[in-house]
Ligand binder design. Structure first.
Ligand code: G3D
Ligand code: MG
Length: 242
């Protein structure tokens, strides 16, 4: 994709030192409770909210990302909140988005099945020659031992629908920044090296829990969660991106 983003000075336009940003609208779609708001908050490096509050209406925020060669991107990320698949407002929200992120909860099979319906809504908004960047995100990989969606199903769906695909945890921050970093690069036509991708990956802090008097919970065979030693992430309130 060419450098076709709307150039905008999001900061003080009087300042010569402020970089110009390529700005893109990104819409997050998915069932209630899959972690849309948590993902946005995590990306925004805000506190991970342990209490669930169904979002009313729509929230959006701007995430600035610096790509190699000092290319600055501003992703305007829209969280569709409590809107259901049947909502008449959805097409209006989706309109103009350069990227759509479909998110499901890896412990909730139905939320994965419903991605197909969310995709149909998107298809009614775009003509076939202007389909935006599409990504599918399986959230809550910190709960990998409760995984209800097999990896090959996730991969097959992503491939069939030409979607970028990620497994993340909005709770620990694992892979959250990287997925949006890669999206920003694709939208602005920047080719990332494996080094660029690796250095975008944030270190995930893991605390070791002692199970001295308890039975250890089962460990996922190949959990993608990046941890220091044993792959058990202690319940913590903060999304650890640093
Ligand atoms: P939504 O915006 O898609 O409706 P929320 O979803 O972001 O409000 O999250 C719904 C619930 O899932 C919340 O739990 C939230 O804390 C939890 N959650 C979100 N992301 C993750 C994750 O990556 N891992 C885990 N373990 N939980 C996550 P509560 O219990 O507060 O309702
Ligand atoms: Mg929400």
């Amino acid at each position: 994709m060419a450098l076709s983003g709307l150039k905008s000075n999001l900061e003080d336009s009087d300042s010569d030192s402020e970089p110009e940003f390529l700005q893109y609208k990104v819409v997050i779609l998915g069932d209630g409770t899959v972690g849309k708001t948590s993902l946005c908050m995590c990306l925004n490096e805000a506190q991970f909210q342990p209490k669930y509050k169904q979002t009313i209406g729509l929230d959006f925020f701007v995430k600035r990302i610096e790509l190699p060669n000092s290319i600055h991107v501003a992703l305007q990320i829209w969280d569709i909140g409590g809107q259901s698949i049947g909502s008449k407002m959805l097409n209006t929200y989706i309109y103009g988005a350069k990227a759509i992120v479909f998110i499901y909860d890896i412990t909730n099979y139905q939320s994965f099945v419903n991605i197909e319906e969310w995709l149909q809504v998107v298809k009614t908004t775009y003509s076939s020659n202007e389909i935006p960047h599409l990504a599918i995100i399986g959230n809550k990989i910190d709960l990998f031992h409760m995984q209800a969606v097999k990896l090959d199903k996730h991969n097959a769906f992503a491939e069939q629908n030409s979607m970028y695909s990620y497994l993340v945890s909005a709770k620990t921050g694992d892979q959250v920044f990287t997925s949006f970093y890669r999206m920003a690069a694709d939208l602005s036509g920047v080719i990332l090296t494996s080094n660029d991708i690796e250095s975008s990956q944030k270190v995930i802090k893991a605390e070791i829990i002692s199970y001295a008097n308890e039975e250890k919970p089962p460990l996922a065979k190949s959990s993608p969660v990046t941890v220091a030693q044993e792959p058990q992430v202690k319940k913590k309130k903060k999304c650890s991106i640093f």
